[in-house]
Write a protein that binds this ligand. Sequence first.
Ligand code: ADP
Ligand code: MG
Length: 653
Amino acid sequence: MAETGKKNRQFRAEVRKVLNILTHSLYTNREIFLRELISNASDALDKLRFRANRSEQPSGGDMPLEIRITIDKDNKTFTIADTGVGMTADELAENLGTIAKSGSEEFLANLQSETAAGAAAGDAEKPDASNIVGRFGIGFYSVFMVADKVEVISTPAFGEERGAAVWSSDGLGAYSIKSAGSDAPARGTVVKAHIKDDAVEFLEKFRVESAVRNHSAFMPFPIFLDGERINPEPALWREPKFFIKKEQYEAFYKALTYDAKAPMDVLHLSVDAPVQFNALLYIPDSKQDFFGVDRDFWGIDLYARRVLIQRRNKELIPEYLAFFKGVTDTEDLPLNISRETLQENVLLRKINQVIVKQVLGHLEKMEKDNRETYLRFWRLHGKIFKLGYNDFPNRERVSALLRFNSSALDDDEALTSLAEYMSRAPAEQKTFWYVSAPNREAVCLNPHMEIFRKKGIEVLYLFEPVDEFVMEGLGKYKEWDFKPVENATDDALAAFDDRKDASQASQQASAPLSGEEQEDFDKLLAKMKEILNDKVKEVRVSRRLDDSPSVLVSPDGAMASSMEKLLKVMHKDDTLPVKVLEVNQNHPLLRGMLKIFKADPEDAMLALMTQGLFDTSLLLDGYAREPQALASRVNALLKETAALYADGRAIPR
Ligand code: ADP
Ligand code: MG
């Protein structure tokens, strides 16, 4: 019988194949090898600094802490040297001869247990090794993407055994170690890569320089390329705020964005909980064309321990903060994380949440402390910021920061908050009224505004199409709801008295109709409905009009007409909406029609005028259809009136 007992077995690996996968499938971009070698050099320097700070004596004590890259085109070698901790022959075998063995991870683990022991013993000193990048013990092998032979010559800085050794391999499955000759560094490590024929681009200075600037510009040690320093800027976001001057913030911003103008404001965040990250977030002093050419050109640059992971990452901030420019750096993210894992990454989502909270707090403070600055911010970026209406958890805070033009303000540029609107409203009001229009002139012509003017009720002006989505999306603010003026039913406004000075606004109004006249007027309305037929749902008397003869209104509860138009465009629907035509029975035009109707209900002029009223109401509602038909009706009316007027003039008064 076959042995059925359970027995744990170890995986075995074909080293050759694993190496092949590591060097050819892990990275999509070959220049990544530069990032990996530089971060290893930087780690080695960090470890040296760390141990020296704890008064261990390194060899070559006064050597500068730096990274030097040299390119030898003739011999096709790329060399990177550091003056860091170095490795003994044993460590070379351990760290570079064992796949997925990370000396750096071990270093940090040792530190942690030491610190824990130190803390238990009441030792307050906290070592800072937060710059160390390495974790996985695989980054080094990326060099075999571009090299067919690599030598690592290393001289350890500490310990008993300080002799230099050379590790060398072709990356295919075997390596050798021997003692080094006279080319060994006085301290630290030299990685010498023999560049493959298909990777000679990495023997070009400009190519290497641009790749290093791209990924490793902010490493904490100087990097030289053929003797020239190529990373002059410090990683400003990791410096203590207290020491940073305004000019430094500005210079960094300009280098980051190529914006010639200094930023309007900057937020410098150093956060430890619930996630560790540093961030520099700038508010530019110019408008962003977010709805145009810059549509996809937003996001925050993501760094892990000063190494660039991704430019313009869009997981770090929500869309409505897209006007922010800047960088975020976290210690909690591994270097070799893929783009796929960056999406929907929990860590990034947490950072995003903290950034949103901090930004809202910052804007709230700006609003409170410096009104003018806040309004300037709003004029520059309000258009994007208002998209925050769909940030559910923060909706109340976003709402408080919104600004609008309104009927209570005297020019286009003035702005009000919702809170200010509320403070001006009469006690019984619980609705924010708004009207959509391209500008203030258009608002003045909107017949729906007449009753609001008469009653002195403030109306918010929405000048941009997105505003209506904002209002719909917000739903409520502090228990108040948002409604378009078109939806003001008679009852909704009945509770509000007319303004004392309102009577003069309705100068044109005629005396009220008598009971009998009222009956005739109702018949006229029925006639008008018959004329317009199914173009309108109903023709009725309006209580909202003062100066205008008529207005189209949505049947109760329907959406605002600008929203309706937007949806029609989206659905490529070019039919006209069927609405209610409301007429002002005190308007001279309607009184004239009443006279004509009483004389002859079938008078052709009635049809012409009814059509005319409907046409102008449609125009005011924003619909301009069938211009030819409209023009011919207007001309017919003009013909009639011209004859009448000429006759009228002929009769002496
Ligand atoms: P990681 O950096 O994730 O640890 P690597 O494959 O890049 O993995 O490197 C493996 C290990 O080799 C490092 O952890 C470190 O101990 C050692 N090492 C690599 N490069 C150097 C260097 N320039 N100086 C000293 N040690 C190094
Ligand atoms: Mg590494």
